[in-house]
Ligand binder design. Sequence first.
Ligand code: NAD
Length: 481
Amino acid sequence: MTHLTRQELQQTHCFINGAWMGAGQQLPVHNPATGQLIARVPRCDGTQARTAIEAAHAAGTGWAATPAGQRARLLRRWFELIVAHTEELAQILTEEMGKPLAEARAEIGYGAAYVEWFAEEARRIHGDVIESGRPGSTFVVVKRPVGVVAAITPWNFPCAMLARKLAPALAAGCTVVAKPAEQTPLSALALARLAELAGVPAGVINVVTGDPVAIGAQLCANPLVRKISFTGSTHVGKLLIRQSADTVKRLSMELGGNAPFIVFDDADLDLAVTGAMHSKFRNAGQTCVCANRIYVQAGVYDRFLEKFVARVRALTVGNGLEAVDIGPLIDARAVAKAALHVRDAVDQGARVLVGGGAHALGGNFFAPTVLADVRADMLITREETFGPVAPVIRFESESEVLAQSNDSDFGLAGYFYSADPARVARVAQALECGMVGINTGLISSEVAPFGGIKQSGYGREGSHYGIDDYLSIKSLCHGDL
Ligand code: NAD
């Protein structure tokens, strides 16, 4: 198997119709830990996006007609190349995004798992035969690829969020134009380079980097694009829904979250503290499923805080290329948002138990923070903070905490800890969200459906459900011959 060096993997051109090409203008990519310029990539606009769409469309017929077994083998080869390049991909990811190397390696493994999974699912696309109820006719239901897919992804998981879209799209027989976040284009380009090496035909995967507004407008308006799969903020998701109305596209929307994390009096407290650490501080709190509001029942409130604060104090912060627990936030805007949420809470009576603002390292580093005595009406419980800030809210009863948890426009993930089976059954049903962690802070896997309800979006990624988002159902009515 060919092995590329990190330099060979770090592409700085966009990838259209199997060719690596530039654009007149360039977009700088910075390391959020040091502020240093890492690379410049093309600042594409609507023109390059249109070329990429046309290339994807032209490749579509051949790719859809490629036998499923052959598509599966190519995906499998791509999976193996991703796994073999874990270290190089993780280095690129940490440099452009900031997360600790250990987390970057885990993300590569997690992204690769989706490619492996959908390599297997490619061979299991099948339809139905339905008796018509009318003499002399039968319905045959088949599934067809939806066509050209635009995949728009965020910076917080630059490898996994794209792999989660490319893999089911290719497995279904769709071709793709990917637009990675402007902060983190290098991971996407590296994935495309490995797909090229695996033998994925020209035009099946295209990657355009650059101006999100101009590229987004083209992806939404162009009738050749039949589906948009978006992961990112609810604000941009709504814009894409509006912009896609005129061409009536299929949409998958993986949007923002505001996950409640509930610890009941009967919970295993050590387990709950460990779960809260994972759920809150992974990726410096920059995950859509991270615990945004931690509700702790009155009977264990003080003990939970004592154990939790001790664990948070021990977290190390620094450049993700060193052995640290928490890297920088993505940029100065993210630091300002976390600081605003802390200030608003403290002004209204919350107590800072650890951290509380920018980290002594300066730059984009934010101190891991725990706030006690937070209330429902504070900004920090209403909005996604996307930083290493844990607001802890005391509650008395199950009904009170369920009402507060569900009082949100978002519905992506929710977590709770309880040892009472009857309560587990009740609360799991009552939480209004797409995914529930029950006595665990880790809920994401390629074998399970990932996605939200309410303004967290619609569509599911992963599992056997995930491929349906890339398939259209066609009904063939056969009369008697
Ligand atoms: P964002 O919405 O700002 O950007 C996401 C992507 O949209 C980027 O590629 C960006 O360039 C692009 N974009 C921005 N404006 C656009 C436009 N006008 N047209 C087309 N594309 C445009 O989000 P972000 O800050 O990169 O990511 C953080 C957000 O993503 C958080 O809200 C987080 O919860 C959410 N997220 C959700 C999931 C999920 O699965 N539900 C997963 C990860 C992140």
